[in-house]
Design a protein around this ligand. Structure first.
Ligand code: SAM
Length: 220
Protein backbone atom coordinates (compact mmCIF):
# COMPACT_ATOMS: atom_id res chain seq x y z
CA UNK A 1 0.00 0.00 0.00
CA UNK A 2 1.26 3.50 -0.82
CA UNK A 3 2.46 5.70 2.03
CA UNK A 4 0.03 8.44 3.03
CA UNK A 5 1.18 11.80 1.74
CA UNK A 6 0.34 13.60 4.98
CA UNK A 7 1.37 11.89 8.16
CA UNK A 8 1.21 14.94 10.41
CA UNK A 9 -1.65 15.77 12.73
CA UNK A 10 -4.45 16.75 10.35
CA UNK A 11 -5.78 19.28 12.83
CA UNK A 12 -2.55 21.28 12.62
CA UNK A 13 -2.96 24.27 10.28
CA UNK A 14 -1.08 23.83 7.00
CA UNK A 15 0.88 27.07 7.58
CA UNK A 16 2.19 25.73 10.90
CA UNK A 17 3.14 22.43 9.26
CA UNK A 18 5.06 24.22 6.49
CA UNK A 19 6.84 26.42 9.02
CA UNK A 20 7.89 23.40 11.05
CA UNK A 21 9.28 21.61 7.97
CA UNK A 22 11.23 24.72 7.01
CA UNK A 23 12.58 25.10 10.53
CA UNK A 24 13.79 21.48 10.55
CA UNK A 25 15.65 22.00 7.29
CA UNK A 26 17.20 25.27 8.46
CA UNK A 27 18.21 23.72 11.75
CA UNK A 28 20.07 20.93 9.95
CA UNK A 29 21.77 23.44 7.62
CA UNK A 30 22.82 25.75 10.45
CA UNK A 31 24.22 22.89 12.53
CA UNK A 32 26.10 21.49 9.54
CA UNK A 33 27.76 24.82 8.72
CA UNK A 34 28.39 25.75 12.34
CA UNK A 35 30.58 22.66 12.45
CA UNK A 36 32.46 23.55 9.26
CA UNK A 37 32.93 27.23 10.08
CA UNK A 38 36.23 27.06 12.05
CA UNK A 39 38.03 25.36 9.12
CA UNK A 40 36.21 27.15 6.32
CA UNK A 41 38.79 29.81 5.46
CA UNK A 42 41.75 27.46 5.75
CA UNK A 43 40.18 25.19 3.12
CA UNK A 44 39.21 27.99 0.79
CA UNK A 45 40.97 28.12 -2.58
CA UNK A 46 40.14 31.24 -4.57
CA UNK A 47 40.78 31.64 -8.25
CA UNK A 48 40.73 35.43 -8.53
CA UNK A 49 40.27 35.54 -12.30
CA UNK A 50 37.23 33.30 -12.09
CA UNK A 51 35.82 35.21 -9.15
CA UNK A 52 36.25 38.52 -10.93
CA UNK A 53 34.44 37.11 -13.94
CA UNK A 54 31.58 36.10 -11.64
CA UNK A 55 31.46 39.50 -9.92
CA UNK A 56 31.46 41.26 -13.31
CA UNK A 57 28.54 39.08 -14.37
CA UNK A 58 26.84 39.91 -11.06
CA UNK A 59 27.12 43.65 -11.79
CA UNK A 60 29.18 44.37 -8.65
CA UNK A 61 30.60 47.81 -9.26
CA UNK A 62 31.32 51.18 -7.70
CA UNK A 63 28.53 52.49 -5.43
CA UNK A 64 26.50 49.28 -5.69
CA UNK A 65 24.53 48.03 -2.68
CA UNK A 66 25.20 44.30 -2.49
CA UNK A 67 23.27 41.58 -0.70
CA UNK A 68 25.53 38.55 -0.16
CA UNK A 69 23.06 35.72 0.44
CA UNK A 70 24.55 32.93 2.56
CA UNK A 71 27.79 34.87 2.93
CA UNK A 72 29.47 32.20 5.07
CA UNK A 73 32.66 33.57 6.59
CA UNK A 74 32.55 36.54 4.22
CA UNK A 75 35.04 35.26 1.66
CA UNK A 76 33.66 37.68 -0.92
CA UNK A 77 33.70 40.79 1.26
CA UNK A 78 37.22 41.96 0.31
CA UNK A 79 36.38 41.52 -3.37
CA UNK A 80 33.24 43.67 -3.08
CA UNK A 81 35.13 46.35 -1.17
CA UNK A 82 37.91 46.38 -3.73
CA UNK A 83 35.24 47.36 -6.24
CA UNK A 84 34.29 50.36 -4.08
CA UNK A 85 30.74 49.26 -3.43
CA UNK A 86 28.54 51.49 -1.26
CA UNK A 87 27.36 48.75 1.09
CA UNK A 88 27.49 45.00 1.64
CA UNK A 89 24.82 43.19 3.60
CA UNK A 90 25.96 39.64 4.32
CA UNK A 91 23.37 37.19 5.64
CA UNK A 92 24.00 33.71 6.95
CA UNK A 93 21.90 31.31 8.96
CA UNK A 94 24.90 29.69 10.67
CA UNK A 95 25.81 31.62 13.80
CA UNK A 96 29.42 30.47 13.56
CA UNK A 97 29.81 31.45 9.92
CA UNK A 98 28.22 34.85 10.61
CA UNK A 99 30.38 35.39 13.69
CA UNK A 100 33.60 34.80 11.73
CA UNK A 101 32.37 37.00 8.87
CA UNK A 102 31.57 39.85 11.24
CA UNK A 103 34.92 39.56 13.02
CA UNK A 104 36.85 39.64 9.80
CA UNK A 105 35.93 43.06 8.53
CA UNK A 106 36.28 46.41 10.11
CA UNK A 107 34.60 48.53 7.49
CA UNK A 108 31.43 50.53 8.10
CA UNK A 109 30.14 49.54 4.68
CA UNK A 110 29.78 45.90 5.74
CA UNK A 111 26.92 44.62 7.85
CA UNK A 112 26.56 40.95 8.78
CA UNK A 113 23.21 39.50 9.79
CA UNK A 114 22.75 36.04 11.25
CA UNK A 115 19.38 34.74 10.11
CA UNK A 116 17.33 32.99 7.49
CA UNK A 117 17.35 35.11 4.35
CA UNK A 118 13.83 33.89 3.61
CA UNK A 119 12.34 35.33 6.78
CA UNK A 120 14.44 38.25 8.02
CA UNK A 121 12.96 41.67 7.26
CA UNK A 122 14.26 43.44 4.17
CA UNK A 123 16.83 45.95 5.42
CA UNK A 124 17.42 47.88 2.24
CA UNK A 125 16.68 47.47 -1.46
CA UNK A 126 19.86 46.36 -3.21
CA UNK A 127 21.42 46.67 -6.66
CA UNK A 128 23.00 43.21 -6.64
CA UNK A 129 21.97 40.07 -4.92
CA UNK A 130 24.65 37.37 -5.02
CA UNK A 131 24.15 33.72 -4.06
CA UNK A 132 27.65 32.28 -4.27
CA UNK A 133 28.42 28.60 -3.74
CA UNK A 134 25.26 28.20 -1.69
CA UNK A 135 22.18 27.58 -3.83
CA UNK A 136 21.82 23.79 -3.25
CA UNK A 137 21.44 24.43 0.49
CA UNK A 138 18.09 26.13 0.03
CA UNK A 139 15.14 23.85 0.40
CA UNK A 140 12.89 25.46 -2.20
CA UNK A 141 14.42 27.44 -5.11
CA UNK A 142 11.21 29.20 -6.10
CA UNK A 143 10.47 30.26 -2.53
CA UNK A 144 14.01 31.64 -2.17
CA UNK A 145 13.92 33.59 -5.43
CA UNK A 146 10.48 35.02 -4.61
CA UNK A 147 11.93 36.30 -1.35
CA UNK A 148 15.09 37.73 -2.93
CA UNK A 149 12.99 39.74 -5.37
CA UNK A 150 11.83 41.78 -2.39
CA UNK A 151 15.42 42.79 -1.58
CA UNK A 152 16.10 44.16 -5.05
CA UNK A 153 15.57 47.59 -6.50
CA UNK A 154 13.71 47.64 -9.80
CA UNK A 155 16.42 46.89 -12.35
CA UNK A 156 18.53 45.17 -9.68
CA UNK A 157 20.36 41.97 -10.53
CA UNK A 158 20.18 38.51 -9.00
CA UNK A 159 23.10 36.16 -9.62
CA UNK A 160 23.45 32.53 -8.64
CA UNK A 161 27.02 31.40 -9.15
CA UNK A 162 29.38 28.57 -8.36
CA UNK A 163 33.10 28.28 -8.88
CA UNK A 164 32.80 24.79 -10.29
CA UNK A 165 31.07 22.91 -13.07
CA UNK A 166 27.53 21.63 -12.69
CA UNK A 167 28.80 18.04 -12.73
CA UNK A 168 31.33 18.76 -9.96
CA UNK A 169 28.66 20.60 -8.03
CA UNK A 170 26.26 17.68 -8.22
CA UNK A 171 28.98 15.25 -7.16
CA UNK A 172 30.01 17.52 -4.30
CA UNK A 173 26.48 17.64 -2.89
CA UNK A 174 25.90 13.92 -2.95
CA UNK A 175 28.74 13.38 -0.44
CA UNK A 176 28.80 14.44 3.20
CA UNK A 177 26.50 17.40 2.50
CA UNK A 178 23.72 15.31 0.91
CA UNK A 179 21.35 15.71 3.88
CA UNK A 180 21.55 19.50 3.63
CA UNK A 181 21.48 19.80 -0.16
CA UNK A 182 18.94 19.72 -2.96
CA UNK A 183 19.88 18.58 -6.47
CA UNK A 184 21.37 21.54 -8.32
CA UNK A 185 19.27 22.75 -11.24
CA UNK A 186 20.63 23.07 -14.76
CA UNK A 187 21.06 26.66 -15.96
CA UNK A 188 17.90 26.30 -18.05
CA UNK A 189 15.91 25.03 -15.09
CA UNK A 190 17.15 27.85 -12.87
CA UNK A 191 16.46 30.44 -15.57
CA UNK A 192 12.87 29.15 -15.64
CA UNK A 193 12.61 29.65 -11.86
CA UNK A 194 13.79 33.26 -12.26
CA UNK A 195 11.61 33.97 -15.29
CA UNK A 196 8.46 35.30 -13.50
CA UNK A 197 10.49 38.26 -12.14
CA UNK A 198 13.74 38.48 -14.10
CA UNK A 199 15.05 38.99 -17.58
CA UNK A 200 17.78 36.37 -17.54
CA UNK A 201 20.71 37.47 -19.67
CA UNK A 202 23.49 35.17 -18.42
CA UNK A 203 23.46 31.40 -18.44
CA UNK A 204 26.90 29.87 -18.24
CA UNK A 205 27.76 26.31 -17.29
CA UNK A 206 31.26 25.35 -18.29
CA UNK A 207 34.08 23.25 -16.89
CA UNK A 208 34.95 25.66 -14.11
CA UNK A 209 31.89 27.73 -13.27
CA UNK A 210 28.14 28.03 -13.20
CA UNK A 211 26.37 31.39 -13.49
CA UNK A 212 22.74 32.34 -13.94
CA UNK A 213 22.01 36.04 -13.70
CA UNK A 214 19.12 38.31 -14.52
CA UNK A 215 17.71 41.79 -14.10
CA UNK A 216 14.59 42.29 -12.06
CA UNK A 217 11.88 43.41 -14.42
CA UNK A 218 9.10 43.91 -11.89
CA UNK A 219 8.54 46.54 -9.26
CA UNK A 220 7.10 44.75 -6.23
C1 SAM B 1 28.60 26.27 1.09
S1 SAM B 1 28.40 27.63 2.20
C2 SAM B 1 28.92 29.00 1.20
C3 SAM B 1 29.32 30.19 1.99
C4 SAM B 1 29.93 31.33 1.18
N1 SAM B 1 29.01 31.85 0.20
C5 SAM B 1 31.22 30.90 0.54
O1 SAM B 1 31.28 30.80 -0.69
O2 SAM B 1 32.19 30.66 1.29
C6 SAM B 1 26.64 27.80 2.22
C7 SAM B 1 26.14 28.79 3.25
O3 SAM B 1 24.73 28.95 3.11
C8 SAM B 1 24.22 29.31 4.36
N2 SAM B 1 22.74 29.19 4.34
C9 SAM B 1 22.02 28.10 4.03
N3 SAM B 1 20.70 28.36 4.12
C10 SAM B 1 20.59 29.66 4.49
C11 SAM B 1 19.48 30.53 4.75
N4 SAM B 1 18.22 30.09 4.66
N5 SAM B 1 19.71 31.82 5.06
C12 SAM B 1 20.99 32.28 5.16
N6 SAM B 1 22.08 31.50 4.95
C13 SAM B 1 21.89 30.21 4.61
C14 SAM B 1 24.94 28.31 5.26
O4 SAM B 1 24.89 28.61 6.64
C15 SAM B 1 26.36 28.35 4.69
O5 SAM B 1 27.18 29.28 5.36
Amino acid sequence: MAEPILTADETEPISARLKRTRNNWNQKVATFFDRLAPEWDARMVIDEAKLNFILDAAGVKKEAVVLDVACGTGVLFPYYLRRSVAQVIGVDISAEMARIAAQKVDDPRVEVICGDIETIPVRRRCDCCVVYNAFPHFEDPLRLVARLVRWLKPGGRLTVAHGMSLEALRRHHTGGAAHVSRAMLSVEELAAVLAPWFTVDTKIADREKYIVSGICSLDK
